[in-house]
Design a protein around this ligand. Sequence first.
Ligand SMILES: Cc1cc2nc3c(=O)[nH]c(=O)nc-3n(C[C@H](O)[C@H](O)[C@H](O)COP(=O)(O)OP(=O)(O)OC[C@H]3O[C@@H](n4cnc5c(N)ncnc54)[C@H](O)[C@@H]3O)c2cc1C
Length: 471
Amino acid sequence: MGVDAVVVGSGPNGLAAAITLARAGRSVRVLEAADVAGGGARTAELTRPGYLHDVCSAIHPLAAASPFFRELDLAARGLALVHPQAPVAHPLDGGRAGVLERSLRATCERLGRDGRAWRWLVGRPAGRFDRVVPDVLGPALHRPRDPLGLAGLGLRSAPSALLAARLFRSDEAKALFAGSAAHAFLPLNRPATATFGVLLSAAGHAAGWPVVRGGSGELIAAMERLLESLGGTIECGHQVTSMSELPPARAILFDTNPGQLNAIARDELPAGYRRALARYRHGPGAFKLDYALSEPIPWTNPDCRRAGTVHVGGTIGEIAAAEAGVWRGQHPATPFVLVGQQSLADPTRTPDDGHTLWAYTHVPHGSQRDMSEAIERQIERFAPGFRDTIVERHVAGPSWYAAYNPNAVGGDITGGSHGGLQLVRRPTLLHPHRTPNPRLFLCSASTPPGGGVHGMCGYHAAHAALAGVLG
Ligand SMILES: Cc1cc2nc3c(=O)[nH]c(=O)nc-3n(C[C@H](O)[C@H](O)[C@H](O)COP(=O)(O)OP(=O)(O)OC[C@H]3O[C@@H](n4cnc5c(N)ncnc54)[C@H](O)[C@@H]3O)c2cc1C
């Protein structure tokens, strides 16, 4: 039976697109390759029965800040975001640590002589976060709602993370900023890498870095319930490879990468646009370990024991060297590791007194190297005795992720490199969610505003469809 819209892929953006269309009264059918909906926001018992692991996304400052999610009452559909005592900690040798508290004042007090600079670089954007976020996560070209706030953010975000961090004098403040900036998957000397440090740190103060009670998959479950209540349907186990497989529809939205759009819809797209899709670049990959632990990580610094996320990688110099090496195709001996301790804030993650741990590092695109030893050495460096707490581990490198999700080419988990022009040209500069074919739209993280669980790519693509063929 025909529908108004088919969405190919049920990641956070595919479901956001489907919900936005269904809320506008359009009939929607979602086709998903995997057996379970959710793309990069699924939860699974990767280690032991009853141990709930976030297979991909775990930490949700972007979901908490997203204008799309704020429009929905997902709490009524069972979603609960839980906040750790502190969003982020960053251990350094000698038992020191930089700590991002929810409270800006507490963070600045801890940073001492760097408190003033933190207040200027991060605190000001945090202060007008709710006004400026709709602009930051808005469509590629739009009239800003808060031009002053956006200009202030632009001033702080334009430099490289390394340059911006020169505002600070202490190792703690520099490292705390660099850890968030390194979420960019880019060398920290690249222009505009400060954006990630400023925005993610500001989000920590303004919205928090929560986890989802029961696992990120519960966010998807709440979205599914909402979509179904609006009449939308999801069909899992259907990997779309050609347009002929799709039911009749007025619009088709692809929660896929540009390469898949190119392959699936090749006969319905002009050659020039197909060349732009073929030029699209994927970035470095992720190598991830999930653990069942007998007890929480024994961090030397006590503040790391109350943080939801711990950035492990030492000083800003070490992190910059590691990220630059990955970009050059090298595997750092002392990698930058993003650690999530979800079970501290969410005891429902395990059926007993045990704990879960989520830890990944950046590796070159398509890497085959096992980084387990290097990751564990880094954690052990700041938490002697960590290895003794390990009960079980699950290993997932780039090829595991590429098999898990066809969007994750070479283990790229961000929907495509954020490097160079691709920060904004995803995959085209003008009207990135539309294609030259008025029926076809791209709604994945390969469009602005890019990677992360915020749903805004899907939301914008759905609005582009509503303004066009579904109007
Ligand atoms: C290890 C890891 C850690 C991460 N950590 C975080 C984090 O802490 N916080 C955060 O905000 N983000 C995080 N992310 C990123 C986040 O998961 C993604 O940016 C987000 O899921 C992108 O959503 P999406 O809907 O665009 O695509 P995806 O989530 O990739 O979903 C796409 C869906 O489409 C399906 N699909 C693809 N091709 C086809 C096809 N041809 N036919 C049918 N179905 C198809 C896929 O199976 C998939 O279900 C992480 C990702 C990974 C892998």
